[in-house]
Design a binder for this molecule. Structure first.
Ligand code: DQQ
Length: 477
């Protein structure tokens, strides 16, 4: 298990179940001990700009040997407003150089904000940004920007198209609910497709547009998909994943060995569905729909929103970024001078049984490991707490394996009845005894444990198979 926590007085292991053997190792970032005292909460693992407000990740990509991350950014203060595309670059997705914003509000079609969007690498090799502008009338329109000098691998300057806005909300489209274009893809007919998040009355949907030249876009007569259970879809993402493979594939790829993922952000969570996409007809036939009891698939729980993936052609993997907001008030943000981090990038693949996505922090995270603290063969008795001594880090990367000797009593859950988030957040879920669990870590813990955050596991039986539920106790946030 990999875990990075934002602040910890000490880390303890806690066990409240049958005897368990534990092996653990714990790494702290080389810079952690030297974090300025006045900024104890700044992260050493996760991406964040030097200061001020950040929300959604935008247009991540790999271009000419350089990783680019754009993000929704207020360059002036730590609260939302003046939204521009912040821009940072990296050679390893771990160490970042912060550049000037790539695009900022300046024109009638984006004067109230350059909202979320994506990048697409065109067949010429040049990248293009499609983004939502909030225009003079507070309407949401879709715009294009191109690099001023595509031979600059850092892509420092971007030029907005003189033809903007390329797509405006007309007919039945609500101008306040029409945003966040995805990476575009070409079908076998060489026609471009892009989807845009939206809502018509109570139905959330992905508007589908087509173009022969990336500039003139026509709305398809049906959306790629829609749902009346979700409300507005923000930041949709649509991409293929390989069946039975750890490799990612680019957004154009399509064969009988792929499935497609459609992700939409709504109700503060990132939900996805899996299906089969036929580019000839733009038909997307799905396995289970959004918000269907028991089959509701999400990237994560808690604070993880407006995520975006990209295909990393250097390492043939698909990488997922998501916005992690703190629970701080605006005043807290002003005092600390910043707000928002990005999740540590995760590589994302289809599970072996093809029914869901699985993810893991990219292995570059290991570059940040120093000050190794490890032990093995410890036995934890029911109710015991074991301190991981040797570190008092503000943040730590923990690998831990629990050996559970007795699983015969595992309790059953009904997948149609149980919402994992609810189960995790039930009062006392981290302390009440299940038949197997909870067991796990206490992070952010004070010596007397009056202050602590439990990250814990419970084991259940579902459809005759054992499943582990991983929870974090958010009741103290
Ligand atoms: N954030 C952006 C919007 C998007 C929302 C504005 C999601 O484009 O829908 O900053 O967090």
């Amino acid at each position: 298990m990999e875990m990075s926590v934002l602040w910890s007085l000490a880390l303890y292991f806690l066990l409240v179940c049958n005897g368990v053997h534990v092996e653990a190792s714990n790494h702290t970032h080389r810079n952690l001990q030297s974090l300025p005292k006045e900024q104890p909460y700044r992260t050493a693992y996760h991406f964040q700009p030097l200061k001020n407000w950040m929300n959604d990740p935008n247009g991540p990509m790999y271009y000419k040997g350089v990783y680019h991350l754009f993000f929704q950014h207020n360059p002036y203060t730590p609260v939302p407003g003046n939204i521009a595309w912040g821009h940072s670059i990296s050679y390893d997705l771990v160490n970042w150089v912060h550049l000037e914003p790539a695009i900022s509000p300046s024109e009638p079609y984006d004067i109230y904000g350059c909202y979320s969007g994506s990048t697409t690498i065109l067949p010429s090799g040049k990248p293009a940004i499609l983004y939502t502008g909030v225009d003079l009338n507070n309407g949401q329109v879709q715009n294009l920007a191109m690099p001023k000098n595509a031979s600059d691998p850092l892509l420092r300057e971007w030029v907005k198209s003189p033809l903007n806005p390329l797509i405006s909300p007309v007919d039945d489209i609500d101008r306040s609910d029409f945003r966040d274009p995805t990476t575009a893809w070409q079908g076998p007919d060489k026609v471009w497709r892009v989807i845009i998040g939206g809502r018509i009355n109570a139905v959330g949907l992905a508007f589908l547009y087509q173009s022969k030249d990336f500039v003139n876009w026509t709305r398809s007569n049906k959306p790629l998909h829609s749902s009346n259970k979700t409300g507005m879809w923000e930041c949709p993402d649509f991409y293929p994943v390989r069946i039975n493979s750890q490799n990612g594939i680019n957004n154009f790829a399509q064969d009988k060995f792929t499935k497609h993922v459609l992700k939409a952000s709504f109700k503060d969570q990132d939900h996805y569905i899996l299906g089969n996409y036929i580019p000839q007809t733009d038909n997307f036939s799905i396995e289970y729909d959004f918000m269907e009891t028991g089959f509701d698939l999400r990237y994560d729980y808690g604070k993880f929103y407006a995520s975006k993936t990209f295909y990393d052609s250097a390492k043939k993997r698909r990488i997922l970024w998501g916005w992690v907001a703190e629970s701080d008030t605006a005043l807290d943000a002003i005092i600390k001078g910043w707000a928002g981090i990005q999740s540590f990038p995760r590589s994302i693949v289809l599970s072996a049984n093809g029914r869901q996505l699985v993810q893991w922090p990219i292995n570059e995270i290991e570059k940040l490991r120093t000050n190794n603290v490890s032990f093995e063969g410890k036995e934890l008795k029911q109710g015991s707490v074991l301190e991981v001594s040797g570190i008092t880090a503000s943040q730590a990367d923990v690998e831990v394996s629990f050996d559970l000797p007795n699983l015969s009593e595992t309790e059953s859950i009904d997948p149609n009845q149980v919402d994992p988030q609810q189960l995790c957040s039930q009062k006392g879920a981290s302390t009440n005894n299940g038949t197997v669990g909870p067991f796990g870590l206490l992070a952010l813990a004070s010596k007397d444990l009056t202050e602590q955050t439990a990250v814990f596991f419970r084991i259940f039986k579902r459809d005759g198979k054992r499943v582990a539920l991983m929870c974090s106790d958010q009741s103290h946030l």
